[in-house]
Every structure is written in structure tokens, then in C-alpha cells.
Ligand binder design. Structure first.
Ligand SMILES: [Zn+2]
Length: 274
């Protein structure tokens, strides 16, 4: 990756893209790949999903959506796993493309699911929300131990009010490493007018900025994006010669947070209704 870049789409561009993905999911296929010894990308070209092997079962970070479940399932299998190996599911935020697959996975395995309480209203608002079981709401800043992996959830509102980022401590080549997954870097729908229409708190853009300023200080060694558009992990995968060191880029986490902070500052400065 020569230069860090991160993409901002308007709400209408996003709606158009989403309609196309749901109509032509096979156009958004992507190969799975291994990131570190115990972390695997199993999402598609649009939305990420990660498996983490804890030694005592698999963690799944985000669960994809109906139209792409065949791609998701194939990617999990290609990495040598089965849905039935999943023991813990962590959902980053209350948007369909991150949780629609949860119920299907729960039907195949006895797993525990975490969901952000602050996004429950999004499930309740949605008429066709699929049924699934929520075992836990996140308790922020309290680590969760899953096998040999420690996960600390942080509330990072903005993209949604309950948007949750996860910080995963594991080992790579005998060294401790921190993996960072921001729950949702998208800034669509954050103008004052759009916030008022949705009935969300009007200071959501400020909260987004403040949360990024806080988490940019966390020493993240490996950035795993939930949408490749915000951090191009696919090009790192293409450069990986098999030793996975290409993913260790501690400067990138701060770099991407800085780009997103600049973008939200622009949005606020140009928001005529503010
Ligand atoms: Zn989202």
C-alpha cells in the first residue's frame, strides 16, 4: 500500500451500491485470506467478517447478510473451518450487512452473541429484521476473555449511536500484538438535517470525532477494517508472501483515524444547518 486512503460516500451513492450488492451479490465475491496465525478474513468485497481461532473455539466478528451467505460459508470452509466451530459472535453495529447472518449461524452452533445495546432501536425500527438471540450487550472497556484471546469493546458512536469498536489482544511470532477493528467509519447521515430526520442526537458528528480522537491513541499493530473501503487490507493480502508481516503496520491506525477526523471536520464545517 503506497498511500493510505479512505472512501467517503454520500447516502444516495451508498443506497445505490447496496441495491446493486443485494441484486448481484456474486459480483462482490472476494477470496478469503489468513492475516496472522489465528486471524482470517472471510467476508466479501463489500463487507468484512473475521474469524479468530482462540484455541478453544472460533470468534466471529460480524456476520454478513442473507444474499452473500453462500460466499461467506465457502470462505469459512476454505480457511478450514465450519460455522459449527463458531463459539462467540461479536456484532459491531446495528446495520443489516453486519448481523443478518447471525440467526443462521446460531441455528448451526451453540454460540454466545454480543450486540450493542445502543443500536437495539435500529432492530426494533426495522420491519423485516431477522430473528436471533442476543446473549450479551457490550460492557464498554471491560475485557472479554475467549480462549487465549482478550477482546476489549469501546463505544465509538457516530456511524450508529451504539457503534462498537473491538480491540483484540493476541500473539504473533511470540510477541503480543493489538488488533483494531473500528465498528463503523462511515459518515453518511451525520448532517444536522439528516440527524433530525432520524431522531438521533444532534451532536453525533461531534461524538464521532471525539471517539476517534480517543481511540487513535490505542497502539494498534494490525488494522482489520469492517469495510475495505476505509482501509485497503485486500492490497496487503495481495502482497503477503506468507509470513504475514505485511499486516503489521502500527502507523496505519493513527493515519486512518486522522483522515477520518479531517473528513468529519469538513462535514461539520460545510453543514449549512449546523
Ligand atoms: Zn453500517
Amino acid at each position: 500500500m503506497s498511500e493510505l486512503k479512505t472512501v467517503t460516500k454520500t447516502s444516495s451513492q451508498l443506497a445505490e451500491l447496496v441495491a446493486d450488492i443485494r441484486k448481484n451479490p456474486d459480483n462482490y465475491d472476494h477470496r478469503p485470506f489468513q492475516i496472522l496465525d489465528n486471524i482470517y478474513y472471510v467476508g466479501n468485497d463489500w463487507v468484512g467478517a473475521y474469524l479468530i481461532d482462540t484455541g478453544e473455539g472460533l470468534i466471529l466478528l460480524d456476520a454478513n447478510f442473507d444474499e452473500v451467505m453462500h460466499i461467506f460459508y465457502r470462505n469459512v470452509r476454505k480457511m478450514g473451518f465450519k460455522f459449527s466451530d463458531i463459539k462467540w459472535i461479536f456484532v459491531s453495529h446495528g446495520h443489516w450487512d453486519h448481523y443478518d447472518g447471525v440467526g443462521e449461524i446460531q441455528s448451526m452452533t451453540d454460540c454466545e452473541t454480543w450486540f450493542p445495546e445502543g443500536d437495539m432501536f435500529l432492530l426494533e425500527e426495522r420491519e423485516d429484521a431477522p430473528e436471533f438471540k442476543i446473549d450479551h450487550f457490550y460492557k464498554y472497556d471491560e475485557p472479554i476473555i475467549c480462549g487465549n484471546v482478550k477482546i476489549t469493546p469501546k463505544l465509538t458512536p457516530g456511524h450508529t449511536p451504539g457503534c462498537t469498536s473491538l480491540f483484540i489482544e493476541t500473539e504473533f511470532n511470540g510477541q503480543k500484538v493489538m488488533i483494531g477493528a473500528h465498528g463503523g467509519l462511515g459518515q453518511n447521515g451525520l448532517t444536522k438535517k439528516e440527524l433530525a430526520e432520524k431522531g438521533w442526537p444532534l451532536d453525533m458528528a461531534q461524538r464521532y470525532k471525539a471517539s476517534l480522537e480517543e481511540i487513535r491513541e490505542i497502539p494498534v499493530d494490525v488494522f482489520i477494517p469492517l469495510h475495505n473501503a476505509y482501509y485497503d487490507i485486500f492490497s496487503l493480502a495481495d502482497q503477503d508472501n506468507g509470513d504475514h508481516s505485511v499486516y503489521l503496520r502500527p502507523q496505519d491506525w493513527k493515519g486512518i483515524m486522522d483522515l477520518r477526523i479531517k473528513a468529519i471536520e469538513n462535514l461539520m464545517a460545510n453543514d449549512k444547518d449546523a
